[in-house]
Write a protein that binds this ligand. Structure first.
Ligand SMILES: [Zn+2]
Length: 404
């Protein structure tokens, strides 16, 4: 009994003497370099599986990560480093003084809100004035940009928005998503509904305009995109932030859309990589290339369909394939949703399900307008602290205990 109390006391003392810091991930820092800077064994990286090594290249510059250090100055106890909005690296000092590496889900809350606003200046400015949430205003304009001409708006027109926003430790996390929205202009209502990650109008016609071509011809998909997946056999979380196309070494790779090359070189587990920036915040990544086509270097402008390089097996790769990643505003999205030949219209049962969903969302927007419902302000949301900052790691650790 006494021994138990003593152990409890030791555990509590260890917890309370820890300091948690939130910092932006430095630009140009790789996970391997991070280990080096922290004086942690490089073996942590080299022992990882291929898939995890690839994920280590996905840490975005500027993304906030957490470190828990012992305030006696004996170094890092734990670190949480997000690789996307759903999954993060958890480094934890173990009883032997070494470190354990695992991928764990990011713990966050989701806020759902709907509101209506009269247009006084522009929807963008009006939403910011009412919510202090610039990202939400941007998401609204972005969602409508292919289906509505904002110059047609007049003072007194109405916008209504239903959206979701992730909050982590009292701060917005990731990007808000517009679930449904309406612009009522000159007595006519224009709707948008997000359905299976795509935007549709009232009739179930897709409204997004930007299309990518397949980066390779006549190859098969060997691995699909997933943000976070629990592997029931391995008992761990996995992610694959792109699509793998298996093909022979030397098969040409095409630019998926017009854009400018922002990176051409080696990138850890991804081997030879080209990154192309496109309009509307899109970026594509082509990995494991055997070689680049002559002249493909940073700053070069390429056209959709132009050959940029060739399939290979460089970096952490088990055989020749193209790993193709697609990013919107720096966040990985499923490429297969955006590669296609024409806009989609929903038919049959899918359309029926959509119409039922859209009716529900329409009703919610209608109520927001009828009640003149005011939005939540970001400043007020941030006052609600779901977890104290120094409990952050404990929250996430608890999430691991439940998940694993
Ligand atoms: Zn891959």
């Amino acid at each position: 009994m006494i021994r138990h109390v003593f152990l409890l006391f030791l555990t509590a003392a260890a917890l309370w003497s820890a300091v948690v810091e939130r910092k932006p991930w430095p630009s140009g820092e790789s996970f391997l370099r991070y280990l080096e800077h922290k004086g942690l064994p490089q073996k942590l990286y080299w022992d990882l599986e291929r898939e995890d090594k690839e994920l280590c290249e996905e840490i975005r510059a500027g993304v906030p990560y957490y470190e828990m250090t012992d305030d006696n100055g004996t170094g890092l106890l734990q670190a949480l480093i997000p690789i996307n909005d759903e999954l993060q690296i958890h480094l934890k000092r173990n009883a032997e003084g070494g470190y354990d590496f695992e991928m764990i889900p990011v713990a966050y809350q989701v806020i759902e809100d709907s509101f209506a606003l009269p247009v006084t200046r522009s929807p963008y400015q009006d939403i910011i004035a009412a919510t202090n949430n610039r990202k939400l205003a941007h998401a609204f304009v972005d969602a409508f940009k292919n289906s509505f001409d904002f110059t047609r708006l007049r003072k007194g027109d109405i916008v209504a928005v239903a959206y979701k926003e992730k909050m982590r430790l009292g701060r917005p996390y990731g990007l808000p998503s517009i679930e449904a929205a309406m612009i009522k202009s000159r007595k006519k209502a224009h709707y948008l509904f997000r359905y299976h990650d795509r935007y549709y109008d009232e009739k179930g016609r897709e409204v997004e305009g930007f299309l990518f071509r397949k980066p390779v011809n006549h190859v098969r998909i060997t691995s699909r995109f997933t943000l976070r997946r629990w592997h029931p056999v391995l008992h761990r979380y996995r992610a694959h932030l792109g699509v793998d196309f298996g093909g022979r070494t030397g098969t040409p790779i095409y630019a998926a859309a017009d854009g400018r090359i922002i990176f051409a070189g080696r990138l850890g587990g991804y081997g030879n990589v080209i990154k192309i920036r496109h309009r509307d915040g899109f970026m594509t990544l082509y990995a494991h290339m055997s070689k680049f086509r002559r002249g493909m270097r940073r700053g070069r402008y390429v056209k959709k369909g132009q050959v940029i390089g060739y399939i290979g097996s460089t970096g952490m790769s088990t055989g020749p394939h193209l790993h193709f990643g697609l990013y919107k505003n720096g966040r990985p999205i499923n490429p297969l949703g955006v590669i296609k030949v024409a806009k989609r219209t929903l038919y049959g049962k899918k359309r029926k399900d959509f119409i039922r969903y859209a009716e529900g969302m329409k009703k919610e927007l209608g109520e927001a307008v009828a009640q003149n419902r005011k939005p939540l302000r970001l400043d007020d949301l941030s006052k609600t602290r779901y977890c104290l900052d120094d409990e952050a790691l404990f929250c996430d650790i608890n999430a691991t205990r439940i998940g694993g």
